[in-house]
Each structure stands twice: as C-alpha cells, then as structure tokens.
Design a protein around this ligand. Structure first.
Ligand code: PEP
Ligand code: MN
Length: 318
C-alpha cells in the first residue's frame, strides 16, 4: 500500500504513484515507453498490404518508433468497415518485418486476446471498451503491453480503475492514452483533455500518451495539440497517418499525409531540443514527473538493460 492516498482518487493500489516513485518504463522490443518521447504512427485501419507497408516505411523514415493500425475496428455503425481481422494482422506482421517497428493493434473481443497477442507487440484497448472488464482481465492475463485508451465518458478515477484490472492480473505493462472525451462542445470530434497529463502524472506511475487524431478529429488541429501535449509532458503520441487519406476506409478526415507527419516530426524534434536545454529542462522538471524528478528516472533507466532508443527522441527528459 502506498503511504499517502490521493485526496481525489481512492482504492487505486497498483496503478497509484507512491511518494517519490518514478514513472514506470514499459519496454516494447527495446522501445522504452515512459522515457523520452515515443511516437506511434500509422493508419487508422489496415486496408491493404501496400497501404500499410508504404505507410509503415514512411513513418519509420520520419522517425516514428512504433506502427499503429487496426485490424479489428470498433465502428459506430455495424455497416461500416470492420477491419480485415486475421488478414490485417498478417499484413501488420509483414510491415513489422519490413521496418522493424513494433506493432500496436486493437483487440475488441475477449476471445481474441491470446491469438491477436501473437501478432501484436502492444494490444490496444479502445475507448469504447475501456470498461469491458472481462477484456481487461484477459488482457492482464496475456502479459502483453497494453495501451489502454480513456473511455469517452470516463473520469480519471474510472480509467485508473481499469488499469488496475489489468495490473491486478499480474501484468505490469500498462500504457495510458488520452483520446478526448465527450463534452457539450461539438466543434471538435472530442474534447482533448490535456489536463490528464499532469493529472495522470500526479496520481499514477504509468506512462501517459496523447492521441490528437481522435482527440480533435480535425487535420489542422493535430499538430498544435501534439506540440501542446509534448510541452505538457506527455510520454508519447499516437497519431493516424495514411499514404492517401482521401481513399481511407475509416477516419479519412483526420489522418495526416506523410508530408504533414514529417513536418510535425521536425517541429517535435525542435520542441524537444528546446525542452532538453539545461535551463528549460530544470524549469520544466517539476511538471514532468514525480517530485523525485530526473535523478530517480535516470536511476531507473540505468537499471534497465535494453539498448537506448534509436532515433530522434532518445534523450530522456522526464
Ligand atoms: C483507434 O485508435 O483506432 C480508435 C478506435 O480509437 P478510440 O478507441 O480512441 O476511439
Ligand atoms: Mn481512427
């Protein structure tokens, strides 16, 4: 049990950040989520081999660390494209072999967790399934890294309790992802709640990612909200990118083109370099992690034997 319980969140045991506890680093094939900035990019859905592999190569060349792509799509309408299923997973496997990028893909059904886990490096549990408790338990039993999205009507307390379901099965590999919530505001697809970055950091030791694609649903808003998320201390971003968004079978209006993604990555690199400057880094430090701060995280990094993260964002800030 942690010594001091949060004034707001009760009954969170395994997901809670104990005083002085450092952010947990989730190792995904050598990519260390929770350290530095991890970029997950790729199409909303796996549609064809060519679309997926070309997108994977493009995002890898632009500096992404993992590939996303849905083979099982939880769609609002039963008549909308539901994903390619097993065929989609096999395409993702080819894309992984081609690029070396670990694969993040959604699982929507309890019965599929173990076999989808054979293709996925990270299993995503989507917003609509956040409180599917049997799915959470099964995900916990799988032992795979789990990317748990925040439900669109869920509070932080409910979200952390869902993480707790996975952790309580003995699986410590949980990554949280804020993807926007439903509010009275309908101008954006969802209201991207960036205040969850400091809130999660305050309450939990689990890494927190931001999904600005579903979070805004508006192409031109993805870049500013990505930069804001990084400035606020997000551990990473999950972004939809498609080689030809106009032809996409799902979420065509919010998928970045490759040049847009490259331009965003260049800006993120500059922002990170600025945040890494010693004066800036120490000024930001208390917002970026536990009060124990940088030294605690570095200590943790040193204990981990995985090789350092390749690419643009290898230097840990928080
Ligand atoms: C997705 O990332 O593919 C997705 C369906 O997102 P969400 O569950 O956040 O709606
Ligand atoms: Mn999508």
């Amino acid at each position: 049990m942690h010594e001091k319980e949060s004034a707001v969140i009760k009954n969170i045991k395994l997901a809670a950040r104990k005083p002085g506890q450092k952010t947990t680093i989730i190792d995904v094939n050598g990519i260390r989520v929770g350290e530095g900035l991890v970029i997950i990019a790729g199409p909303c859905s796996v549609e064809t081999e060519r679309q997926t592999i070309e997108t994977a190569i493009a995002v890898k060349n632009a500096g992404a660390h993992m590939l996303r792509g849905g083979a099982f799509k939880p769609r609002t309408s039963p008549y909308a494209f539901q994903g390619l299923g097993l065929k989609g997973l096999k395409i993702l496997d080819k894309a992984r072999k081609e690029t070396g990028l670990p694969v993040v893909t959604e699982v929507v059904d309890t019965r599929d967790v173990s076999w989808v886990g054979e293709y996925a490096d990270v299993l995503q549990i989507g917003a609509r399934n956040m409180q599917n408790f049997s799915l959470l338990r099964e995900a916990g039993k799988s032992g795979k890294p789990i990317l748990l999205k925040r439900g669109m009507y869920s509070t932080l307390e409910e979200w952390l309790n869902c993480a707790e379901y996975i952790l309580a099965e003995g699986n410590p590999n949980v990554i949280l992802c804020e993807r926007g919530i439903r509010t009275f505001e309908t101008y954006t697809r969802n209201t991207l709640d960036l205040s969850m970055i400091p809130a999660v950091k305050h309450e939990s030791h689990l890494p927190i990612l931001i999904d600005p694609s579903h979070g805004t649903g508006i192409l031109s808003f993805i870049e500013p909200m990505s930069l804001a998320a990084v400035a606020a201390g997000a551990n990473g971003l999950e972004i939809e990118v498609h080689i030809d968004p106009a032809s996409a079978l799902s979420d065509k209006d919010q998928q970045l083109t490759v040049p847009m993604f490259e331009s965003l990555m260049n800006k993120l690199r500059k922002l990170r370099a600025f945040m890494d400057e010693p004066e800036m880094s120490s000024a930001l430090q208390e917002n970026m992690d536990t009060p124990a701060g940088k030294s605690a995280v570095q200590e943790n990094s040193a204990q981990n034997t995985a090789p350092p993260l390749p690419g643009a964002f290898s230097e840990a800030v928080d």
